[in-house]
Write a protein that binds this ligand. Sequence first.
Ligand SMILES: Cc1cc2nc3c(=O)[nH]c(=O)nc-3n(C[C@H](O)[C@H](O)[C@H](O)COP(=O)(O)OP(=O)(O)OC[C@H]3O[C@@H](n4cnc5c(N)ncnc54)[C@H](O)[C@@H]3O)c2cc1C
Length: 414
Amino acid sequence: MTSSFLPFDPCAPAVPCQLPPVDVAIVGGGVVGLSLACALRQSALKVAVIEAVPTAGAIAKGQAYALHQVSRQFFREIGVWEALAPRIQPFEQVQLSDGTFSQTVRFDPQDLGTEVIGYVAEHAVLVDTLQATLKAASNVVVYCPWRVIETQGGGDRAQLTLVSADLAQPQVAHLSARLIVAADGGKSAVREQMGLKPWGWHYPQSCVVATLNVAHPQPVLAYERFWPTGPLGVLPLPGDRYRVVWTLPHEMAAAVLALEDAAFLERLRPYLDPAMAEITGVSERFIFPTQLMQVNSYVGDRCVVIGDAAHRCHPVGGQGLNLGLRDVWALAAQLQAIAPQDIGSYPQLRQFQRQRFWQNSLTLAFTDLLNRLFSNNWLPLVLLRRGGLLALRSIPILRQGVLRFMAGLTFPVS
Ligand SMILES: Cc1cc2nc3c(=O)[nH]c(=O)nc-3n(C[C@H](O)[C@H](O)[C@H](O)COP(=O)(O)OP(=O)(O)OC[C@H]3O[C@@H](n4cnc5c(N)ncnc54)[C@H](O)[C@@H]3O)c2cc1C
């Protein structure tokens, strides 16, 4: 079996066919799904990844993510760090500030005992590196662009029905697996089909994201500036570019999204760090809703949910993908520990649930608290948070504790 990243055409047109059975069927070839396939590529398990959207479509929004130290450890462990590192941007400092309050907090690598605080990786780079790694994997096959339209647990094997992306002449295929891993994102249809119920809420805010080009190289700094309307995160990208994640109430976000380039930059400028270099250009803008969501049980009948399919948090602090990668790390270790016994066995998979649920819950609660504490103008909270920033500035052990938590280093991985 070989990996395939080309439009896959396993069946005669319009004739349902049975694909070769696998041990693990990963639904969703985003960063989380592909990472799990990479983590299992040297195992004895047969793995299929099914991804609905061709790669070009998935990278069009130019997403980029802050990756924390724990994600670096994970990529190193699964053997993709060497290929990834030259293509992503390390940052040496993170600065937090509250609007125009002059007392900012700066986190340095010494606070973590590392050389840098974290990294910024573009979606395209992550997906490309992971796909390239999988090309040499003889136990992984990628069906793309194919969409999973139905899943069923029960019995010895789970069943999946796939349909090809060719709308003019869609093909149907069936696949059986010992375990389905739902890595199909926040709107996960597999989660729904498997009866795993999410809970949570939508924030009254959306994020407008854009890439800025700047005139001069700057010290490599990421920063988050908290405004009563919502946080503004700025992440350095390779090549004198910055990714801006600007959280605003829905109506303001929609209005900002509709602005022409020059008007958008004029509106953005007062929210940025005054020391930011001259901006020479701005990319197309995209908007994302914000949400907190968690599934009570990550494990169903021959099914596990991971990444955004299992939990979503506010983008403040750049935690979502990092949590998803920790899910992958824990699940890959668990599956390899269970094999050659039945990897779809519910009691065995409960260990994954026990390990990840509370750690994810804590981070979700932390991002929720951070956003609520800062996204308002209520004087007692203004005083409280500014006092908190002063405490972080002057008490190194507190600063180190917060940074270790945000970098995912507070809890052991397994
Ligand atoms: C504005 C913003 C900024 C963010 N910044 C950061 C950050 O700095 N750091 C960080 O860690 N996180 C960040 N996040 C969170 C991060 O984007 C997500 O946690 C992460 O992308 C989730 O990855 P995933 O692979 O689980 O899901 P997705 O990226 O949603 O991937 C799911 C995949 O499944 C596929 N799929 C869906 N349904 C099917 C189906 N039926 N059949 C086949 N395929 C299917 C989709 O096409 C998609 O490719 C941010 C989020 C937002 C909104």
